[in-house]
Design a protein. Structure first.
Length: 257
């Protein structure tokens, strides 16, 4: 089993080398000591959320402080193809569940989408709070999965904003029950023709609608912007499961797993 992971701020691990000491402070240290009961002599990972991971041995603990002797520091590169989940806002926290599970499965970024049929609405006064909650959920899921990268929760978009994102993506796939081509076929065909790029330079959007589905007008507008529709299996999945299921398939087909 891999080591427990605790996060620190990006850049704080840049000067660490084998044999140096790193002191983790604040909420993460309190969680390590009081909740996880990490003790002297245990091995832990400290990640900066941007791909750098320190592996070390705990040498001292305090109520809000964890001292770790560095054994190794490694940079984990981003996958060559980035997967972005565009998740429509949904009731009953199903949208958060989708973001959480997709993070554990390796999604690289999440975009909250205010779809036409979304029952949940991020009004101005609650948008910042809701966004922060999503980022907290994603961060916790990254820790659970022992990832060195914390996926970014991007700014929420409406359907017009999503059109812009679709136009800028290398591939945008709408998961839709009326589609003809299976998702596997869409991804394999794109992979055969897509030009090579540097690590992390290509993005694939996986677009999931709300409980009531994506409206025909939205499908038309997104397809006009360059998106394609794809069928995910033989059954209609909930908004909370479609994105994670597509993430698993995409990870395999695109060679990320």
């Amino acid at each position: 089993m891999s080591n427990p992971v605790f996060f620190t701020a990006p850049g704080t691990l840049d000067q660490q080398v084998p044999g140096s000491a790193f002191v983790l402070e604040g909420p993460e240290a309190r969680h390590a000591v009081t909740v996880k009961r990490i003790a002297v002599g245990e091995t832990v990972d400290i990640a900066d959320g941007a791909g750098k991971r320190l592996t070390g041995t705990v040498t001292a603990v305090a109520p809000a402080e964890l001292t770790v002797e560095c054994v190794d520091v490694a940079d984990e590169p981003r996958p060559g193809i980035q997967l972005v989940l565009v998740q429509a806002l949904a009731k009953g926290d199903r949208d958060e569940l989708a973001a959480e599970t997709a993070t554990e499965l390796g999604i690289d970024a999440v975009v909250p989408w205010q779809a036409e049929r979304s029952i949940v609405r991020w009004k101005a006064e609650r948008a910042a709070k809701a966004h922060a909650k999503w980022q907290s959920v994603v961060t916790a899921a990254a820790k659970q999965a022992r990832r060195a990268w914390i996926p970014e929760v991007r700014a929420a978009v409406d359907s017009t904003g999503l059109q812009t994102a679709v136009a800028a993506a290398d591939l945008a796939v709408i998961l839709h029950e009326d589609a003809v081509r299976p998702l596997r076929n869409v991804l394999e065909s794109w992979l055969e023709t897509a030009p090579a790029g540097d690590a992390g330079s290509r993005e694939v959007l996986l677009i999931v609608g709300p409980e009531g589905g994506i409206s025909p007008r939205e499908v038309t507008r997104l397809c006009d912007a360059g998106a394609v529709t794809a069928l995910l299996g033989n059954h209609v999945l909930r908004s909370s499961t479609a994105g994670p299921a597509a993430t698993v398939l995409a990870n395999d087909i695109l060679g990320r797993w």
